[in-house]
Design a protein around this ligand. Structure first.
Ligand code: PAF
Length: 273
């Protein structure tokens, strides 16, 4: 595996690749969710590039940019074992310049739900992802369905800007007890982790309700809220695949989303119906 720090070196390696290139952008602290992205890329491409870059522009003032878990050496080993061909680990000054061209997330998709709670977050995401696409120039790029809104915004960016690549959604990976994997799970104390399980359980319950014929969004959300009484729920929302709220669940076209704080940790999760 080649570990590359500069944009120029990555570009040089990219020019030498023959065949298709799969790309997995990450912020590091890799877990099994990232491994699933890497495995999908390896299966579908001749080369897999992973980037690790904790992107400052997608963190709001007061968020966890400084404390975000950084585990460079462990991450390198994980990538090596997973069979990554090239690991790109740029510095902030390699990626960002002064007074640069700025991308903005779509006005609706970028400013509801996560975008409403974290205004500007998705502007930072599209800015860095577009830059990384410009550097890596992948045929396919892999994103987890756990960050459903991010995934849709990046798909839309690729559509709107006519980018010659495919965005590939990858299923959420969960612990055996249902907790969705996230780099932020390390912040949870054992007690908080136990409480956090109510998020996945409420989503599972919601999916069972739908399967048994209950399609009324309000009723489903009420049940979910009751199941998460021990944590601070920020939102429970039922939307279609364009993220428009719906009063009745539509099979094959709905996503049920939750954001909640457990202690100081903010977690998101969802289920696609
Ligand atoms: O999902 C993430 O880890 C980040 O938002 C991403 C896509 C790597 C951009 O910094």
């Amino acid at each position: 595996m080649k570990v590359v720090h500069s944009v120029e070196d990555l570009r040089q390696i990219r020019r030498e690749f023959q065949g298709s290139v799969g790309f997995v952008p990450t912020m590091g602290a890799l877990h099994k969710g990232h491994l699933a992205l890497i495995q999908n890329s390896k299966r579908e491409n001749d080369h897999t590039v992973v980037s690790i870059f904790v992107n400052p522009t997608q963190f709001l003032p007061g968020e966890d940019l400084d404390s975000y878990p950084r585990r460079e050496e462990a991450d390198k080993k994980i990538c090596e074992i997973a069979g990554v061909d090239t690991l790109f680990m740029p510095k902030i000054s390699d990626i960002y310049r002064e007074d640069e061209v700025k991308l903005k997330a779509p006005e609706y998709l970028g400013y509801i739900l996560e975008g409403h709670r974290r205004p500007g977050h998705f502007d930072g995401v599209v800015q860095v992802v577009m830059k990384l696409f410009g550097i890596v120039w992948p045929d396919r790029a892999y994103f987890g369905k756990k960050d459903a809104q991010q995934l849709r915004i990046i798909e839309k960016m690729a559509e709107d800007l006519f980018l010659p690549l495919k965005i590939v959604p990858v299923e959420t990976v969960r612990e055996d007890d249902g907790l969705a994997l996230s780099s932020r799970n390390v912040y949870l104390s054992p007690k908080e982790r136990q409480k956090a399980l109510s998020i996945a359980r409420s989503l599972k319950r919601a999916s069972r309700l739908v399967m048994s014929g209950e399609l009324d969004s309000l009723k489903i959300k009420d049940e979910m809220q009751n199941m998460m009484s021990e944590i601070e729920v920020e939102y429970i929302e039922i939307v279609d695949r364009e993220f428009r709220p719906i009063n009745r669940v539509e099979l094959q076209n709905s996503i049920i989303l939750v954001a909640a704080r457990v202690g100081k940790t903010r977690l998101i999760d969802n289920i696609w119906i």
